[in-house]
Design a protein around this ligand. Structure first.
Ligand code: KG4
Ligand code: ZN
Length: 340
C-alpha cells in the first residue's frame, strides 16, 4: 500500500511516495529559494504561481523515482496547515483531484506536526510520547506530543520565529539570505560573549519565545542607537563575527532553556526537534548537552527531512490507521495553530 504525500505550505513544492511501513520510496523537493532570494523573503504570490507550475512535474518525478504509478496509490496525504493560503490551495487542489479521480481516501496533515514526525523516520523505536520543538523560518513552537496524532501546543513565539530572527540579523550584518547558515558561518570565528544580547523570558516559567527585542538590539549594535551621538564600532569582519556569535548564543540559550522547562513541566523524557534551524550546529550541541544533563533523549530530524519536504507527511499513515480521513470539502487553515 502506497501513500502519495504533497507539500506546498510555503516555498517548497514537494511530493513523496511512502510505504505503509513508513519507508520513503521517493522524496522530491523543488525549492523556490532562487525566486525569492532577491526580495529577502518569500513573496506569497510568486510562491503560489511557482507551485502551480511545479506540482504536477514534482508528483510525476516522485512516482517515477518510487517506480510506482497512480494505480499503486492507496491514499493521498496533503499538508493543509499552517502556511501561505495561495500555496496551500495548490497542494490541496492537486490532492483532492487525485483522491477523487482515483477513488481513494484523502488525509490532511498539519505541517508543523509533520516536522516533528520527521524524527520518527530515522528512529528505530516509537518516538512518542515526547516534547516536540519546531524551529524554522516561520515557527518556534513547543508541543506536548502524547501520540503521533495528539499534539498539544505548549507555547510559541509572540513575535518573530527563530529562523526569521536569524534571517533579519544576517540582513542587518550585510550577510546573505537565508540568514541562518550565514550567521552560523560568521559566528565560527567570533566571540559569543562579546555582546550581551537580551534573552527574553529566560527566567520565566512560561513556554513562550520573543525574538523582536533581540533583533532591535543587534540593529542598534550594528548601526548605532537612533539619535545617539555615539558611533558604533565599524562593521569589520571581526565585529560581524562577534555580533553573529553573540546573537546565535542568545537564541540558543533561550531555545535550550525553554525545551528543558517543557520537559521538566510535563515530565516527558524525550525531545524531538524539526525545522530548518535544527541544522544549527551550536543549537544541536547545546540541546545534546542539556538532554544528557537531565538524563533525557534527544532526536533531531535527519537533515534531508529538516527543511520542508513531503516525506515527513508519513504522519498521514498514523491518521490513516486511526481512520482520520478528510472529506472533499476539506479546506486549508493558513493561520497559526490554535492553543489546544
Ligand atoms: O524549515 P525551513 O526550511 O523553512 C520554513 O521556515 O518552513 O527553515 C528555514 C529557516 C530559515 O530562517 C533559515 O535561516 C533557518 O531555517 N536556518 C538556520 C540554519 N539553516 C537554516 N538557522 C540557523 N542556523 C542554520 N544553520
Ligand atoms: Zn516547515
Amino acid at each position: 500500500m502506497l501513500m502519495l504525500a504533497l507539500e506546498s505550505t510555503c516555498d517548497e513544492t514537494a511530493a513523496a511516495v511512502i510505504a505503509r511501513d513508513r519507508r520513503i520510496l521517493s522524496n522530491v523537493v523543488s525549492t523556490q529559494e532562487t525566486l525569492h532570494a532577491r526580495f529577502g523573503g518569500v513573496v506569497p504570490e510568486i510562491a503560489s504561481r511557482a507551485h502551480v507550475e511545479r506540482i504536477l512535474p514534482v508528483i510525476d518525478e516522485a512516482l517515477r523515482q518510487a517506480n510506482a504509478t497512480l494505480d499503486d496509490l492507496a491514499v493521498i496525504a496533503v499538508a493543509t496547515e499552517p502556511g501561505l493560503v495561495g500555496s496551500l490551495l495548490v497542494g490541496l487542489t492537486a490532492a483532492k483531484s487525485l483522491a477523487w479521480s482515483l477513488g481513494i481516501p484523502l488525509i490532511a496533515v498539519n505541517h508543523l506536526e509533520a516536522h516533528i514526525y520527521a524524527c520518527q523516520l530515522a528512529a528505530k523505536e516509537n518516538v512518542f510520547p515526547c516534547i516536540g520543538l519546531v524551529i524554522s523560518g516561520g515557527h518556534t513552537n513547543l508541543y506536548d506530543c502524547a501520540h503521533a496524532c495528539e499534539f498539544a501546543l505548549l507555547g510559541t513565539t509572540i513575535d518573530d520565529a527563530a529562523g526569521e530572527a536569524f534571517d533579519k540579523a544576517a540582513q542587518i550584518l550585510g550577510l546573505g539570505y537565508p540568514g541562518g547558515p550565514q550567521i552560523e558561518q560568521a559566528a565560527r570565528t567570533g566571540n559569543a560573549t562579546a555582546v550581551k544580547f537580551p534573552r527574553t523570558f529566560l527566567h520565566e516559567d512560561r513556554l513562550e519565545f520573543s525574538f523582536s527585542g533581540l533583533k532591535t538590539s543587534i540593529l542598534y549594535e550594528a548601526n548605532g542607537i537612533p539619535g545617539s551621538r555615539t558611533q558604533p564600532p565599524p562593521l569589520t569582519p571581526e565585529r560581524i563575527a562577534d555580533l553573529a556569535a553573540s546573537f546565535q548564543a542568545a537564541v540558543v540559550d533561550v531555545v535550550v532553556s525553554k525545551c528543558r522547562q517543557a520537559m521538566e513541566q510535563t515530565g516527558r523524557r524525550r525531545l524531538c526537534v524539526g525545522g530548518g534551524v535544527a541544522a544549527n550546529r551550536s543549537l544541536r550541541d547545546e540541546l545534546a548537552k542539556m538532554t544528557t544533563a537531565i538524563d533525557a533523549e534527544l532526536l533531531i530530524a535527519p537533515w534531508s527531512y529538516c527543511t520542508d519536504n513531503a516525506a515527513m507527511s508519513a504522519l498521514g499513515w498514523e491518521h490513516f490507521e486511526r481512520g482520520n480521513f478528510a472529506e472533499l470539502d476539506l479546506d486549508v487553515t493558513p493561520g497559526l495553530v490554535r492553543m489546544r
